[in-house]
Design a protein around this ligand. Structure first.
Ligand code: SGN
Ligand code: CA
Length: 549
């Protein structure tokens, strides 16, 4: 109790200090007890698949440990990203800036880690820091000052992954989600400098494509039938960009690589798999267990496929996709449980901020899709829960529109570090204590990765509490408008509906206002600069000693 009172007093002083706007005020007097920060981010975890948010999967595939964070602290009900793609999302989250300011707009760019970012600023101000897990914004955390880092290669592998450290690259045997948990807890327990507050960035590969569950979870949902979204068989009428994508579960998902469908009854070989190196990573023992887990279900499918209609096959594929996707999330949830248990057992809970989020949302069959990219709700939203018992009231729910650029300023303010004026996000600290009456009422979004995999057109847009306006550009010039209160699944593009003419006009002006506020450069500059992609060095070039000659 006493500890809590002290830290609350410190917090009061801090919130005054951190409101200073001077850009060169990078160091201020350190408070008595600065919070530890554990930032857990998974990859492609839809809000619909977090049971704290309720919804139709809450009972079928619950996430009790992620829900614990929400119960102990806060659940953000209107949490969004700036650009629904892995790399850009990570860059925005670290820097508190949109991609056009931090230089990272699409996967494959190389992030400049020397720019202000929250792990570096924490470390400059006396924190010990680490990142463990998926990185994906560069080959290594170049420019970052992490005291320790262990990262996956590129997208990472589910089984027996490559781990990259300062020393080089090596394969370690195990299931990646579990290894990230072990390495993270080991760092907290054994490796960190205990004289300093710590920040742990824990980035899971799961539940990213190709959705390979842990051996203990391959059959977790084999008898569960998941509810099929009403728009699974969407015809994309009135939505040109949506009609052109290639991220459809029943048309574009690979039958082998993604859906683990085999070539025939009694067979264990996957159907088409343009990335066979992933399955090839399994040891013979792991492979045997894996094949056994899928055998009966695949045999049943292979025996009946010829008699199934396209629609029946599409529905079968949906169930397979959901079973695997949700099973990979079970390991992530267990990992969160292990972290929370560790903090509780070691008296670290009160003064540690624990965040669970994802780099973006994901489609779970809505519009027929997997993947993300679009500014439609399922991928624009991302789960966000956070606990900090010393400062955040348990069971808090925030409805205001927050975005991943808000995390950096929030962590800095909680740590008592001045927020660089170039950061574009807002600290959520006042919002969390119910003291912010001036919070933003609209969000800006911009997706750039086109031409690219999944063929989602470039687009930008605005969303407020009720409406959304988007412009798809580059190879098309298409506007879409939705009244989310009437059309939450975004099936009726109302851009030409005269009843909304005033709202559309208002939102077009709002886009202009946000472009000015965030200093978005004229589109034409993008088109030229964006197409030049610098080739990244290879791991072999970086760590020649880790490879056989
Ligand atoms: C991989 C996936 C894609 C996915 C991108 C981006 N294919 O290329 O489906 O859209 O990553 O994902 S995979 O079969 O190789 O996994 S992101 O999380 O990095 O944004
Ligand atoms: Ca992702």
């Amino acid at each position: 109790m006493k500890k809590q009172v002290v830290s609350l007093m410190v917090a009061g002083v801090l919130s005054q200090l951190t409101h200073a706007t001077s850009p060169d005020l990078t160091r201020i007097e350190q408070p008595l007890q600065r919070p530890n920060i554990i930032y857990i981010m998974s990859d492609d975890h839809a809000q619909r698949a977090v049971s704290a948010y309720g919804g139709d999967l809450a009972e079928l595939a619950p996430t009790p440990n992620i829900d614990r964070i929400a119960r102990n602290g806060v659940r953000f009900d209107s949490s969004f990203v700036t650009n629904s793609l892995c790399g850009p999302s990570r860059a925005a989250m670290f820097t508190g800036k949109f991609g056009h300011k931090n230089g990272f707009n699409y996967n494959g760019q190389l992030f400049d880690g020397t720019q202000d970012n929250w792990p570096n600023l924490l470390q400059d101000n006396g924190y010990t820091t680490t990142v463990i897990g998926k990185w994906h914004i560069n080959l290594t955390p170049e420019g970052f000052k992490f005291d320790h880092w262990e990262i996956l290669n590129d997208q990472g592998e589910y089984y027996n992954p490559d781990w990259i450290t300062k020393e080089g690259v090596k394969i370690e045997m195990g299931y990646t989600t579990d290894m990230i948990t072990e390495k993270s807890l080991n760092w907290i327990d054994q490796q960190r400098d205990k004289s300093k507050p710590f920040a742990l960035v824990m980035h899971h590969k799961a539940p990213h494509r190709n959705w390979m569950p842990a051996p203990r979870h391959t059959r977790l949902f084999e008898h569960v039938e998941f509810p099929v979204p009403e728009n699974y068989f969407d015809d994309y009428e009135g939505r040109v960009a949506a009609s052109m994508q290639t991220m459809n579960i029943y048309r574009d998902a690979q039958e082998g690589h993604d859906l683990k469908m085999t070539t025939g009854v009694g067979k264990t070989q996957w159907r088409e798999d343009i990335w066979p190196h992933l399955l090839a990573r399994l040891t013979p023992e792991q492979r045997r267990e894996w094949d056994e887990a899928y055998q009966a279900r695949n045999d049943h499918m292979n025996a009946n496929e010829a008699s199934w209609s396209d629609r029946e096959m599409a529905l079968w594929k949906y169930q397979r996709y959901m079973q695997d996707y949700l099973a990979t999330i079970r390991s992530v949830d267990e990992s969160v449980g292990d972290v929370l248990d560790y903090l509780e057992a070691n008296d670290l809970t009160d003064n540690t901020i624990v965040v669970y989020t994802s780099d973006q949302g994901f489609y779970m069959g809505e519009h027929g899709w997997f993947d993300k990219r679009f500014m439609y709700e399922e991928s624009f939203r991302t789960p966000l829960v956070m606990q900090y018992p010393a400062r955040i009231k348990p069971g808090t729910v925030v409805n205001e529109l927050v975005q991943n650029i808000d995390y950096a300023p929030t962590f800095l303010e909680y740590a008592g570090i001045a927020i660089p004026s170039a950061m574009q996000g807002e600290s959520m600290v006042d919002l969390l204590s119910g003291n912010d009456n001036n919070w933003r009422t609209s969000l800006y979004y911009h997706f750039y990765e086109y031409p690219a995999m999944h063929d989602v057109s470039r687009h930008y847009g605005v969303r407020d509490n009720r409406y959304k306006l988007m412009h798809f550009y580059y190879q098309m010039d298409e506007w879409e408008f939705y009244d989310l209160s009437r059309d939450p699944t975004e099936m009726n593009n109302a851009i030409n509906d005269p009843r909304y003419a005033d709202e559309i006009k208002r939102l077009k002006a709002e886009i202009k206002r946000l472009e000015a506020k965030y200093d978005v450069p004229p589109m034409v500059e993008w088109l030229d600069a964006d197409l030049e992609r610098k080739p990244a060095p290879t791991l072999r070039e970086l760590f020649p000693h880790s490879f056989k000659k």
